[in-house]
Ligand binder design. Structure first.
Ligand SMILES: Cc1cc2nc3c(=O)[nH]c(=O)nc-3n(C[C@H](O)[C@H](O)[C@H](O)COP(=O)(O)OP(=O)(O)OC[C@H]3O[C@@H](n4cnc5c(N)ncnc54)[C@H](O)[C@@H]3O)c2cc1C
Length: 453
């Protein structure tokens, strides 16, 4: 019997690591320390539970705690925070005593980063990150049915929340400090997102930063600062902050692990930190970008679960056909709000330039199926490629259709190192109700090589 594998963090990365270890190396004891009462739930599904699309929050639980304990044989300890790590003695400290490890996987996730304004502790001000924070927000929403809610920040989660709070009948307002909604998304594509929000029930304003919060009767007094002109004073029933996240690294840093991109725990392609016997995975750890080759911080669920499995295989020294090395990330993401899907994969134009490519971009709008078919939707794609070689570097897409399957295809093309010429020549399938004779992906690639209609 090998020594225990101890995992800190009981969500996507941590439980992927723990379950993989039990599957691959059943003789090895696995202990999971999770400080909250909730494990193995989909944080990604929280906005949909809050919007009533997912009726019960238990539906978000992938594997119930009892199954993890009884069927998978994981020694799962909830309400148990890891306070320190002594890598020389191979021990983790908790309030209930010390836990010895042979191998340690740190999967402590990320924390929300509020804007630097006074009054963050005002009652009625919420952040959405964990099941506990979602339960608190749900209780506040129940207290104020149909109330005025201010969302601060227009990243993918902010926009998902906007849609879901509309579904629940709230009067939803959104402010974004940047020039436009979905910061980082190309202007022409972001404009379609803004239009969809306007057609929904959301009042969205850009170039408007949160400057202060304070109690006001039963609600929250909000100070908003425009780029020009005087501050605005407004009152809301609730405020939800969605202004970004940062890796939670205190435990790993305290153990002496080096930090890298985004302030996350630096790991190699096996998930090993710089401290022997300690691995890190998920939102607390770095990744490397498949296209730029650079170290990046990419806090997404897909990256977290894969990283957890790879770290566990390495920590348990078990192999098989499953990859021993992290394959690198593309930064792929996708979401949907008010019937519009949008997302990206690979490098956008500024990131491609930054990475040293002589990159160019082209935007094309086409249809998702034949124009005469009911339900036809427009899809706009922006293709980023290396000018001299034609290599595909990245894509952004927006459309009132199944954008994610297009982004999957594009991610595969980028990962495979395909060129625009390759893509323009791929034999795609066509049937009027399902696809267009020339898909927008093909149209964009064809336009680059001068084979456009
Ligand atoms: C609202 C929302 C929507 C999202 N939507 C998407 C999406 O659509 N697609 C996508 O890919 N990603 C999405 N994400 C991101 C995704 O949820 C995260 O990337 C993923 O949860 C990361 O998993 P993790 O295990 O690394 O971290 P976490 O899920 O944050 O888990 C870390 C765990 O560690 C515990 N912990 C921390 N410190 C300690 C300690 N010292 N001792 C014990 N326990 C500790 C925490 O309590 C927590 O349970 C979303 C996130 C949120 C919040």
């Amino acid at each position: 019997v090998s020594g225990p594998l101890v995992v800190v963090g009981g969500d996507a990365a941590g439980l992927s690591a723990a379950s993989e270890a039990r599957r691959r190396d059943p003789s090895r004891p696995v202990v999971v320390l999770e400080r909250s009462a909730h494990v193995s739930y989909s944080a990604c599904g929280l906005p949909y539970w809050l919007g009533g699309v997912v009726p019960r929050r238990e539906d978000l639980v992938a594997v119930p705690a009892e199954e993890l304990r009884l069927r998978r044989g994981i020694d799962l300890r909830t309400g148990c925070e890891a306070l320190w790590v002594d890598p020389a003695a191979r021990r983790v400290g908790t309030a209930a005593g010390e836990v010895a490890y042979d191998a340690l996987v740190i999967a402590t996730g990320a924390r929300p980063v509020p804007p630097p304004v006074p009054g963050l502790d005002t009652p009625g001000v919420h952040q959405l990150r964990s099941m506990d924070s979602a339960i608190a927000l749900d209780a506040a929403l129940r207290d104020r049915p149909g109330g005025r809610v201010l969302l601060v920040g227009s990243g993918p989660v902010g926009l998902e929340m906007a849609h879901n709070l509309c579904r629940r009948g709230f009067d939803v307002h959104l402010v974004e400090a940047a020039e436009r909604l979905v910061p980082g998304f190309p202007a022409d594509l972001a404009a379609r997102v803004a239009a969809a929000l306007g057609e929904g029930c959301v009042t969205a304003r850009t170039r408007l930063a949160l400057a202060g919060l304070a109690p006001e009767g039963e609600g929250v007094a909000v100070t908003l600062r425009p780029r020009e002109g005087a501050d605005l004073a407004e009152v809301y029933d609730l405020v939800v902050l969605g202004t970004g996240v940062a890796p939670r690294v205190e435990l790993a840093a305290g153990a002496g692990c080096a930090l890298g991109a985004g302030g996350a725990v630096r790991v190699d392609r096996r998930g090993r930190t710089t401290v022997p016997g300690v691995w890190a995975a998920g939102d607390c750890a770095t990744s490397w970008h498949r296209v730029s080759g650079r170290e990046v911080w990419m806090p997404t669920a897909t990256v977290a679960t894969r990283a957890g499995r790879v770290a566990a295989r390495d920590a348990c020294r078990v192999g098989g056909r499953a990859p021993a090395l992290l394959p690198g990330v593309l930064g792929s993401w996708v979401t949907e709000a008010f019937g519009l899907g949008f997302g990206a994969t690979g490098l956008d134009l500024p990131a491609a330039h930054e990475a040293g490519f002589a990159a160019e971009a082209i935007t094309r709008t086409g249809r998702d199926r034949s124009g005469y078919m009911p339900g036809v939707e427009e899809v706009t794609v922006r293709l980023v490629h290396d000018g001299p070689t034609g290599r595909l570097l990245g894509w952004q897409a927006v459309g009132g259709c199944d954008v994610s399957s297009r982004l999957h295809a594009l991610a595969i093309a980028v990962a495979a190192g395909m060129s625009v010429d390759d893509l323009a020549g791929v034999d795609l399938a066509y049937a009027p109700p399902l696809s267009a004779l020339r898909d927008p992906l093909e149209l964009a690639a064809a336009a680059v090589i001068g084979d456009a209609a």
